[in-house]
Design a protein around this ligand. Sequence first.
Ligand code: XIL
Length: 453
Amino acid sequence: MPRRAAQAFTAVLLAASTVTALSHTAAAADSLGSAAAGKGRYFGTAVAANHLGESAYAGTLDREFNQVTPENEMKWDATEGSRNTFTFGNADQIVSHAQSQNMKVRGHTLVWHSQLPSWVSGLGATDLRSAMNNHITQVMQHYKGKIYAWDVVNEAYQDGSSGALRSSPFADKLGSGFIEEAFRTARSVDPNAKLCYNDYNTDGVNAKSNAVYAMVKDFKSRGVPIDCVGFQSHFNSASPVPSDYQANLQRFADLGVDVQITELDIEGSGTAQANNYSNVVKACLAVTRCTGLTVWGVTDKYSWRSSGTPLLFDSNYGKKPAYDAALAALGGSSTGGGDGGNPGGGNPGGNATCTVSFARTSDWNDGYNGEVTVKAGSAPINGWTVTLTFAPPQKVASLWNGTPSWDSSGNVMTVRAASYNGSLAAGASTSFGFTAAKNGNNSTPTLGACTAS
Ligand code: XIL
């Protein structure tokens, strides 16, 4: 035990009357999915099959989201790497996980110029047409009845002012009719799945979104089957949330299609990022036919734009201000702090709960000791995680009876049980302690929720 910890025991006896305690329970936590459901929407995330085995990943996914989009696993290169040989293993993993958790699945994506195997681009027009229709047919048939909506065609239009189709094997060899053909084939395979067109840089009113708008209008007038339009909504400083975002969603909805935010991520941090998330959520809620939002990943750690920290959970699965803002915009309420996302991985909706309290057990000129007591709820638990947020420039100098990790700011400490104190009988307690260096700041850290598994 560190020398200062030993000092603390004496101090605790002397200062017991000044101990303060805070208490939170994970059981009271709201979630993005349940808050969105309260507004008649879903709140989803992109998921990668290879992270499902990570308990904090799966725990956060299952606790917070009620819709998933496979991030890469349903793309052409993943499902039909060689002609007419289909591989569904990784996508199946995501779909069965989603089904076991009652989550909707968005199929992503059938016809796209990117992540397209080279055998497809090498085909002549006649072959390409049959390969496209066969791909749509086989993939949709495999998942028939399990997909609420398909991104049938993804990113068919050019950026910029031309309003033209993007050059791709499909557009170049089959002409603009390939989009209509893809939608007609899709409808014939699974008439119960919603069929969507999905794109980026179409989030505000501009030449590209005008071109998509004209296509949807034309499809509706001619009876070409289309049910929805997805707005990817990848935002950063070069491509900020447009001021006419809501108006643009509304004008598409007015054509008689549902609209969805399909790949939301907003680079940034802190209040600015939080405000942007809040505005996007509010825009969707303000449009009756905006049926749900999907963020493009669970945690910044695995984001395709990781360096821009664009998501709602930090690398340690701690809730960011953007999370609180999104949840508040949905009418939910946060228990505050990150909570490590059910690190035991088991039964997040079950009755494994814990509460925590914090005591500042001793103080000296440039440091203090803190003690956190973790108490199991009415059921036994196998593990626990607690988050503490420190006011910079405070630093934790040592910690005992727990396993700490820090977020990228260095101020948010997530502590999970040590190997010997994770299992607690119903109502039983354990504690861990730490020594913090004040570095001129005397504040007490903020205690987050306790998550049990
Ligand atoms: C991205 C994935 O997130 C990455 O892992 C992959 O390397 C490239 O594709 N538009 C889309 C998504 O429709 O499928 C893309 O996903 C991001 C842009």
